[in-house]
Design a protein around this ligand. Structure first.
Ligand code: ZN
Length: 158
């Protein structure tokens, strides 16, 4: 699994666009290994039947897919919707735990926001890098952005 995002002291957080977690695809950065953001349910149904063989990014993207439709829901509801979406009709403890880990990883990467137990998509914006112009997609919150292309960093303040 990818490296943990380091939190910086005080209120500024570092958002890891680099560190091998993301790679450049069509001007934007997507989780490594993804060809495109999955948008159709049948894409998910082709995943392996052993949950542990499914990459955390696939499950994370399935969670984003559900949250795009439903706006917000509890962890338990999201786990069940994600399990169903990727082809598991029966949610065992093992499946539930694995999906929860993947969702929490996406919380750490600021893709999913957990507010009082209600999960929703983190609002993202797209802005060009101040130094090289590369389009960057990141959560709309106070962050130190490290450009994966030119490696320079700047502070983003909404
Ligand atoms: Zn740059």
């Amino acid at each position: 699994m990818g490296k943990r995002i380091k939190r910086i002291l005080r209120s500024v957080e570092k958002y890891s666009l680099s560190k091998k977690m993301f790679e450049l695809r069509n001007d934007f950065y997507w989780p490594q290994g993804m060809n495109k953001p999955p948008i159709r349910e049948r894409d998910f149904k082709k995943l392996p039947k052993n949950i542990k063989l499914i990459a955390p990014e696939e499950i994370g993207e399935a969670a984003l897919f559900v949250l795009r439709k439903e706006y917000s829901m509890s962890m338990e509801d999201l786990v069940h919707q994600v399990a169903y979406l990727i082809g598991f009709d029966k949610v065992t403890e093992e499946i539930s735990n694995y999906i929860k880990q993947c969702i929490k990883l996406y919380e750490k990467h600021y893709k999913i926001t957990n507010k009082n137990g209600k999960l929703s998509l983190t609002k993202e914006i797209i802005l060009p890098c101040k130094f090289c112009g590369q389009k960057l997609r990141f959560p709309n919150k106070r962050l130190i952005i490290i450009c994966p292309k030119c490696k320079k960093s700047f502070t983003y303040i909404p």
